[in-house]
Design a protein around this ligand. Sequence first.
Ligand SMILES: Cc1cc2nc3c(=O)[nH]c(=O)nc-3n(C[C@H](O)[C@H](O)[C@H](O)COP(=O)(O)OP(=O)(O)OC[C@H]3O[C@@H](n4cnc5c(N)ncnc54)[C@H](O)[C@@H]3O)c2cc1C
Length: 382
Amino acid sequence: MVEKFDVIICGAGPAGATCALALGSSGLKVALVDKSNFPRDKICGDAIAAYVPKVLSTINPTYAKALADFTEKENVNTIRIVSPNTKTLDISYGVDGFISTRVHFDNFLLDLVKQLTNVKLFLHTAILDVVTNEKKAYVILADNIKLEASLIIGCDGEQGITRKKLTKTQLDPEHHAAAVRAYFKNVKDIPESTFELHFIDKVIPGYFWIFPLPNNEANVGLGIVSKSVAAKKLNLRQEMQRIIETNPSIKERFADAEMISKIEGYGLPLGSRKTTISGNRFMLCGDAASLIDPLTGEGIGQAIISGRYAGWQAKKCFEQNNFSASFMKQYNKIVYDKLWKEHKRNYFIRELIINKPKLFNALTSLLNKSKFLHNLTKKIFN
Ligand SMILES: Cc1cc2nc3c(=O)[nH]c(=O)nc-3n(C[C@H](O)[C@H](O)[C@H](O)COP(=O)(O)OP(=O)(O)OC[C@H]3O[C@@H](n4cnc5c(N)ncnc54)[C@H](O)[C@@H]3O)c2cc1C
């Protein structure tokens, strides 16, 4: 059985849902396919950048309004950086970012997509294969169901099938991180509207985080670049538990806390190298395109930005009836023009910290004194 569409979006996380929203007023017939049933979890720190409402409003101003009214979130406007020698630096922003579990946030985005009449959802439907040729693109589902379209947009994350099949690129430990997280209740002394990053000697340049959630809950985790995990022979789950149980500035705060989920881990494909993100009849977005910030580990905002650009580029493809690899390069340009400079700078900072971890203590003191460095840090974590 073959069902025909103009565009097939593979994956309905932030990248895929945003891409569908960007195609909402296009008149194109769109399929959005995800192997999960929503609401679904995605292992994450759940911190959503302050610029996200602005990006959504460029698609439709009512989406930013809907996000402002969305209640399953904890607003944050301050970042607390704690250095290995426990010096603390608080940096406040003018605008609120927020922490929202991915169960809630991704479902919020998908609910917006459900209002579109040109998008057909295939949930709980795993993609088994993707194929493109000169004339068409195909997505193969279970039960012998085949979807046909002019264009595929791969938004299926780190372990998705589109990157593997359409680009044949490999993940690279130099440009990849690993992270674990668990949900806790009743962690003590969580500062108001603040998300905390603790840079602890053994896990530098990664960090241990405590991100506040509604109902006195918190997302707690630990992430570090994969090459350092291998070099230091770290077991991240054990390391996270060790920090919670023994770190002098952290253990007291967890004395009465209850872990209300398992500690779970997942990979982060980092945007510190340019890779193949488009080709004949396809584009990749979000984690499928390796667009996570190499220092902060943020990828939700990048997924939303790239999903929007891919939707807009798809409209151009149909206007000009051009789905060639060379035409798709416009998408590469707009994505990397937006993200590359920042990712390159943050990769440079990360490498500096890896090679000279002691610098971190001096840097935190300096940051407390220098307005320039203070503002730079504000930029890095926004
Ligand atoms: C532990 C951890 C902490 C993190 N913390 C943060 C943070 O605090 N802030 C932040 O901004 N970023 C964070 N990130 C990164 C962030 O989670 C990702 O960048 C973000 O989820 C990327 O969104 P996406 O839409 O590209 O992919 P995903 O969110 O991974 O969505 C991909 C979708 O594709 C579907 N899919 C996959 N394969 C198939 C298939 N074969 N068939 C059908 N569907 C398929 C999946 O079910 C999923 O719904 C963290 C990552 C990790 C691992």
